[in-house]
Design a protein around this ligand. Structure first.
Ligand code: CP3
Length: 341
């Protein structure tokens, strides 16, 4: 599998590519499958439907890896927080974590109630061709904690920060609970057939560096050390969004670091390219215009030269991006990067 080889810094004939949120509303096929489910959560839980949408980007775009179709928020949902995905609003938890006492309402062993995820992993792996990888994933503890505290996406993270600075003990207890679920959750995905796993820390950018290292990164290190001890050969990808200012301080037992679009690949390579394989980082909005996209691809591929690189967007696909450009993107990356074989 060229994707797995690249994660492990082995030589590949071209740079493998996949896209964050590659399954989604910009694909009519996705919208059609979604109509068969009651709502978004139901789509994640109905194994045949989740399998279908996981495979769509492989068939349509011919990317090198499929990513399990699910959402990072199924973990807090199974920890006992009721969840709704509202149209044009996004996710919303009906209960939230407010302080020490509310931790008692969380249910243990959430990972045991996530069989629908493991079933989707094994059903996709059965249908996927041998040369394509399947990526399993989880949200990172800090990002999941902010959703559990705020109840929804946030611009200022006031409640989470209030807890972090004024009730540090409760914050750490919450992060520990989430981390121990994630360890088992990812281990189960690996056992079900995931070829690599990824941790999304989308709200890493909410914190000052020292606090991110203490409340975010430390837990990621703990999870990746556990997984590397148990499943050493499975590549681990970490995507801490918005940490360009302190990239050099990130250390840990994992293989691939996801780079968001706010830092140039050239700078990222200079700072951490010898420590980790880098994944990224085309600004997704470049896909609105073919020439902008082509220019962006050239810059990234010429910097990375098909060494220690997995091509991806610098954040998720946007719902109104033209699919033709997503298809072209895959071809372009293959064509340009194969010159550096
Ligand atoms: O990448 C993939 O194709 C795999 C599936 C996937 C989804 N969400 C599907 C999804 C993955 C890996 C995620 C991760 C996720 N979910 C993150 C981390 C990555 C990031 O974007 O920073 C976060 C923060 C979430 C939480 C979440 N889920 C939000 C904020 C939303 C609303 C987004 C929107 O555009 O409405 C979701 C819903 C969601 N998750 C959709 C999809 C395809 C859209 C749901 C729909 O069909 O209406």
């Amino acid at each position: 599998m060229i994707f797995v080889d690249a994660c492990l810094r082995k030589k590949t004939p071209y740079t493998p590519i996949w896209m964050m949120r590659q399954a989604g509303r910009y694909l009519t096929e996705y919208r059609n499958t979604r109509l068969k489910a009651k709502n978004f959560l139901d789509l994640c839980q109905q194994v045949p439907l989740a399998t279908e949408v996981t495979l769509q980007p492989i068939e349509i775009l011919d990317v090198d890896a499929a990513i399990l179709f699910s959402d990072i928020l199924v973990v807090p949902y199974e920890m006992g927080l009721e969840l709704e995905f509202k149209e044009n609003f996004g996710p919303k938890f009906l209960q939230t974590i407010q302080g020490k006492d509310s931790l008692l309402t969380l249910r243990e062993n959430a990972y045991k109630r996530l069989e629908y995820v493991y079933d989707c992993v094994s059903s996709v792996r059965k249908k996927l061709s041998k040369d394509k990888a399947l990526i399993g994933f989880s949200g990172a503890p800090w990002t999941l904690a902010t959703y559990m505290i705020e109840g929804c996406g946030s611009k200022s993270y006031e409640k989470s920060k209030k807890m972090l600075y004024s009730d540090k003990h409760t914050m750490h207890t919450l992060l520990e609970k989430i981390s121990s679920e994630i360890k088992q959750y990812l281990a189960m995905q690996i056992k079900a057939g995931a070829d690599a796993v990824m941790l999304f820390d989308s709200w890493a950018n909410a914190l000052e560096a020292t606090k991110y290292l203490e409340f975010g990164w430390k837990y990621l290190q703990d999870i990746t050390s556990y997984l590397k001890t148990e499943y050493g050969e499975i590549p681990i990808i970490i995507f801490p969004r918005g940490v360009g200012a302190f990239l050099e301080s990130l250390e840990g037992k994992f293989d691939v670091l996801g780079i968001d679009w706010q830092i140039s690949m050239k700078e990222a390579k200079r700072k951490v390219g010898s420590k980790f394989v880098l994944q990224g980082n085309l600004e997704p909005a470049r896909l609105y215009d073919y020439n902008e996209m082509e220019q962006g691809v050239k810059e990234i591929v010429e910097v990375m030269q098909n060494r220690g690189h997995i091509f991806n967007l610098g954040h998720g696909m946007i719902k109104d991006l033209p699919r033709v450009n997503a298809i072209q993107l895959v071809k372009l990356v293959r064509e340009i990067s194969s010159k550096y074989a």
